[in-house]
Design a protein around this ligand. Structure first.
Ligand code: NAP
Length: 211
């Protein structure tokens, strides 16, 4: 099946490599297309460099917005009228980095990027918060773990988005675990109890049943 990935930086590249190695056909876009072109040539097969962000959605059931939180809204506004019916997968933590590399949180405590992004999306877009719990290198090194797969947690209010993001999580070499609706998504973000956590399915079930 085909998915779009908008943003081919550290995390978007890692997600693209994992999805492509699991057999997904990808349409990639980035700010100036250079990083998307380089990534496509590294991956080599079943990857198309889209003409622009909107073109990354062409024929795709889902799009991963692998973008910094601070540019998410502008990209959503740019492609918004093509998002109806699409599953929109967002891994973004609500962080910004200043010119000196200092990272700070851009939302008040208690407010998650999932809740904010849900308010930015047009009607009909189907949001799932996923793929942002592990750093890009740990994400790649934890995929296709054997004998027990690692779990990727996700949150959504939409059952169809849940089915599609579970498929993508499996294609990427993980076992999916839904933690609940978007109101729970702060648990996935930096500072949340499920961030940076690598567990197998049994431990994930036990963690989720305790709440
Ligand atoms: N990196 C991680 O380990 C990690 C882990 C968990 C979650 N996350 C989350 O994932 C998100 C992405 O992080 P990252 O580290 O991958 O960031 P990054 O390396 O800075 O990559 C950002 C990507 O966004 C693209 N971009 C910027 N503006 C764009 C626009 N208007 N249209 C299309 N593409 C645009 C950039 O394009 P160019 O390449 O052309 O500049 C770049 O490919 C963040 O929200 C972060 O919180 C990251």
């Amino acid at each position: 099946m085909t998915s779009g990935i908008i943003g081919t930086g550290a995390l978007g590249s890692a997600i693209a490599r994992q999805l492509a190695s699991g057999g997904e056909i990808l349409r990639l876009s980035s700010a100036d297309t250079k990083s998307a072109r380089e990534l496509a040539s590294q991956i080599g097969r079943a990857v198309v460099v889209a003409a622009d962000n909107r073109d990354a959605l062409e024929g795709a059931e889902a799009v991963v917005l692998a973008l910094r939180f601070t540019v998410l809204k502008s990209v959503i506004d740019e492609i918004g009228d093509s998002l109806a019916g699409k599953v929109v997968v967002v891994p973004s933590n609500p962080l910004s980095t200043d010119a000196h590399g200092k990272v700070s949180r851009v939302l008040p405590d208690g407010q998650s990027s999932g809740e904010i992004v849900a308010g930015w999306l047009p009607p009909g877009a189907r949001l799932a918060m996923a793929f942002g719990t592990l750093s890009a290198d740990v994400f790649e090194s934890s995929s296709n773990r054997w004998p027990e797969p690692a779990v990727l947690f996700y949150a959504t209010d939409d059952d169809h988005a849940g089915e599609e993001v579970e498929r993508l999580i499996r294609v990427a070499g993980f076992e999916p675990a839904r933690i609940g609706g978007i109101e729970q998504s702060g648990r996935l973000e930096v500072g949340g109890d499920l961030h940076d956590l690598i567990v197998g399915p049994a431990a994930a079930r036990s963690l989720l049943s305790r709440r």
